[in-house]
Design a protein around this ligand. Sequence first.
Ligand SMILES: Nc1ncnc2c1ncn2[C@@H]1O[C@H](COP(=O)(O)OP(=O)(O)OP(=O)(O)O)[C@@H](O)[C@H]1O
Ligand SMILES: [Mg+2]
Length: 344
Amino acid sequence: MFPAPSYNTPPPSAHAKLACVSDEALHFTPPPRFGETHFSSYTPQHPSQEAALERVKAFVAEVSGPSAAGFRWPWQKRETSGRGLYLDGGFGVGKTHLLAAAYYASTVPEKAYLSFQELVYVVGVKGVAAAKEELGDTKLFCIDEFELDDPGNTLIVKTFLAHVFAHGGSVMTTANTPPEAQGQGRFNADDFRREIQSLAENFSVVSLEGPDYRRREHLAQLLSDAELERRLRDEAAPEPKLALAWSELLELLSRHHPIRYRDLIDRFGTLYLGGARTLAVQNDALRFVHFIDKLYDLGKGLRVSGEVALVDLFDPSYRGGAYAKKYLRCLSRLSELLEDPLTP
Ligand SMILES: Nc1ncnc2c1ncn2[C@@H]1O[C@H](COP(=O)(O)OP(=O)(O)OP(=O)(O)O)[C@@H](O)[C@H]1O
Ligand SMILES: [Mg+2]
């Protein structure tokens, strides 16, 4: 079992520092990569995806329907608890696509789209009172990448979502793990079985199967240092271009809370990263994954040089570990990013 990553639930002593995180970092709308995502552009690649599309549409209609908006005939019983829909599946099957499309399709004005990490940040670091103030009236939460990584975020999220459901809010979420298996291998999840179970009970699970839509039969290759330099100089790519050495990036990531990675990423259009090597320290690897996830969501350009194969960016021992799915997903996203023909 691997140690829990240190960044997921910062200790109380870190809270003062985190209070300075700019609120502009949190938008509660889908990130740029999913800024124009609709049901009409989802082409199911597997019967389970066809079924998922219909379930998601029905969920949005229910949540946005007249009873959800508050109108009821006097004899109709007021429904007090909200609904939950949990999209579970491997990477690249279109879970986030459906989540963002649901957000745009919903006619409920009080809606919020955020990553699970952002939810943990808002509720855990800013405090429950601030979270209720910022998100209290929300009728539909779209939460991407639900991942219980430690007891701290389990309790925070369980408490907050119990409040949301009790007040009639609805939650749609995506994950790479079924609800009951959340936390397994990452912390002593058996000690939190009751909490995880009570979270899971709020959700209907929809499983998506099928191929990685990014269709990566092969993984992209890293560039040579000379080619990276040439591209940095000559390539037409989103500006501004930023060049960083691998060790500089790792150092930078270790100095900032992951919620701030968006601030770092917002400063460049394309990142040129030189000298990538195998990540042999689990916390470095997890921070890097989080950084790439954000960079991907924000639709930035990325070029990387290094002498290793892409798959060897992560230590081979991680492939069977508790975070294996996270690493595989990151490789799929990296591969897409590295082969992206950039347009300035
Ligand atoms: N069936 C589909 N039709 C059209 N586009 C799709 C489909 N499935 C995925 N895509 C596109 O492929 C890319 C990857 O999909 P998406 O990010 O939604 O997958 P995911 O299941 O959330 O995977 P991950 O585990 O990486 O989060 C996105 O650009 C998405 O719009
Ligand atoms: Mg996704």
